[in-house]
Ligand binder design. Structure first.
Ligand code: PEP
Length: 253
């Protein structure tokens, strides 16, 4: 089955509103979207301005996190209702920085995934092992545990619509990307895990990105792997030219 590649720019805690809007205008001028989904993930204050700048184009907007309640006394949190209101169609959930710096648990990830789906947001669910876990030969075990928790209680239709991002923690922001065949092995494992829980079509539909030091130089080889359906890009997404080059690398395949 043909899956549309999805290339997402995770800006993390970078870019003011004017910087985010000018990036958005620049990337759109020009950006060939043929056969690719392109998503920008700005910090919260820039969501609405970026969504406005992208309005009427295929460019989509994602938040970098979400809380699971619709509203209430949760100081500092942002609800899925608010993200929809701000123009988001996607949301990154369980990024390793949230798991490791802010204590995000597998259970929280699952609550956030369900809340996002309830409000029509497509979750980009991040999973991945640390260097110590990889060295201990625990990569598949860790990814399976994170994935099983994230998918808990989801039906086949919901699972099929998800985006999973395999992001080995040791490759994020380090300049050290996973070898394409190693990333492929884990992405394939993710797909087979989904196949073990749902109908085969669900596994064929779910899109699985790779993330971790993706650059214009290594994107093509990574994206050429049969189970890598796109990239979640941090550092290389901050500059228009390098992010555009990664989108075009996906289109050359
Ligand atoms: C990320 O933040 O999800 C990421 C993959 O970062 P980088 O591309 O900088 O490694």
């Amino acid at each position: 089955m043909e899956r549309t590649p999805i290339i997402a720019a995770n800006w993390k805690m970078h870019k003011t509103i004017p910087e985010a809007v000018s990036f958005t205008r620049e990337i759109l001028n020009p950006l060939d979207f043929s056969g690719t989904d392109v998503v920008l993930c700005p910090p919260f204050p820039a969501l609405w301005p970026v969504a406005q700048a992208a309005s009427g184009t295929p460019l989509q907007v994602a938040a970098q996190d979400v809380y699971w309640a619709d509203q209430g006394a949760f100081t500092g949190e942002v609800s899925p209702v608010m993200l929809r209101d701000a123009g988001c169609t996607y949301v990154v959930i369980g990024h390793s920085e949230r798991r490791h710096l802010f204590g995000e648990t597998d259970e929280n990830v699952n609550r956030k995934v369900k809340a996002a789906l309830r409000h029509g947001l497509t979750p980009i669910v991040c999973v991945g092992e640390t260097l110590a876990e990889r060295d201990a030969g625990e990569t598949f075990k860790v990814v399976e545990k994170q994935l099983a928790a994230a998918l808990l209680g989801l039906d086949g239709e919901e699972a099929a619509g998800l985006v999973v991002a395999y992001e080995p923690v040791w490759a994020i922001g380090t300049g050290r990307n996973a070898a394409p065949e190693d990333a492929q092995a884990v992405n394939h494992f993710v797909r087979e895990f989904v196949r073990s829980r749902y109908r085969p079509e669900v596994a064929e539909q779910v899109r699985i990105q790779y993330g971790g030091s993706v650059t214009p130089e290594n994107a093509e080889l990574l994206l050429a792997q049969p189970d890598i359906d796109g990239a979640l890009v941090g550092g290389a997404s901050l500059k228009v030219e390098s992010f555009r080059a990664i989108v075009y690398a996906a289109q050359r395949l």
